[in-house]
Write a protein that binds this ligand. Structure first.
Ligand SMILES: [Zn+2]
Length: 210
C-alpha cells in the first residue's frame, strides 16, 4: 500500500515503527519540528480517497506543507500549543495527549480522536481514530457513529482496551481501535487490557526513545 515519507522522518521514526504504522488501519500523519507534513500512512490515503476535497483539500496535504495551513484560523494557536508540547516533551515515554475533533461531511456527522506520539525535538506522530458515542437522545443526528456494544464486547462479555491510550479494540475488525468516551469515563467491569500497535511501538519497542 501507498505511503509518503521524507528521508529525515524515515530515519527518525525507525523501520519497525514505520512498518507497524503503515499497516495500522487508523489514519496517521507525522510532523517535523517545523510542523511540516513529513509522513502520511496508507490508511490516511484511503481516507483521503474516500473523503478528500469534500471535507478537506487533499492538495494541502503533501510532504513539506505546513500543517497549520489546513487548520482553521480560530484553532491555529490551540494546535500550535498542542503540537509544540509534543516537540518539547521532556520524557516522550510518559507523554500522553489526545483530543477530539470533528470532521463531518454533508452526509455524515463524524468525530475523531487524535493521539500524539512524540519522537523527541525533531517530530512526532499523530494517530486518528473514529470516536464512537451513544447518540444524543435530545438531538438525533443523521449518521452519528453510535455505540453498538456488539462491535466491542466479545461473546464472553469482555472488552479489550489499550492500557496506554485507552482506545477500545473492535471485535469485528481486530486491527481497529476506536475511542469510546463513555467507557473511558466508566470502564466496563469485564475489561481486559492489551496494547494497540502504535502504543506497543511507542512505549515498548521504539529505538527512538533509547
Ligand atoms: Zn494504544
Amino acid at each position: 500500500m501507498h505511503h509518503s515519507i521524507t528521508p529525515q522522518f524515515e530515519a527518525l521514526i525507525g523501520a519497525s515503527r514505520l512498518d507497524s504504522l503503515n499497516s495500522h488501519p487508523s489514519s496517521v500523519y507525522g510532523l517535523d519540528s517545523g510542523l511540516e507534513i513529513s509522513y502520511l500512512n496508507p490508511a490516511w490515503f484511503k481516507f483521503a480517497e474516500e473523503n478528500g476535497n469534500k471535507n478537506f483539500s487533499v492538495n494541502e496535504w503533501s510532504l513539506g506543507k505546513p500543517v497549520l495551513d489546513s487548520i482553521p484560523d480560530l484553532l491555529k494557536s490551540f494546535y500550535t500549543e498542542l503540537f509544540e508540547s509534543a516537540l518539547n516533551a521532556k520524557d516522550p515515554s510518559i507523554f500522553s495527549r489526545h483530543l477530539q475533533y470533528e470532521c463531518s461531511s454533508s452526509e455524515l456527522y463524524r468525530r475523531f480522536s487524535m493521539h500524539l506520539y512524540p519522537l523527541g525535538k525533531d517530530g512526532f506522530v499523530t494517530v486518528h481514530s473514529l470516536l464512537v458515542e451513544e447518540p444524543y437522545l435530545t438531538l438525533p443526528r443523521e449518521g452519528l457513529i453510535a455505540l453498538d456494544e456488539n462491535q466491542y464486547i466479545d461473546i464472553n462479555g469482555i472488552v479489550r482496551q489499550c492500557a496506554n491510550c485507552r482506545r477500545i479494540q473492535s471485535i469485528k475488525n481486530k486491527e481497529r481501535w476506536d475511542w469510546i468516551p463513555k467507557w473511558v469515563n466508566e470502564p466496563v467491569s469485564n475489561t481486559s487490557h492489551g496494547i494497540c500497535p502504535p502504543c506497543l511501538h511507542h512505549y515498548y519497542l521504539s529505538k527512538a526513545l533509547l
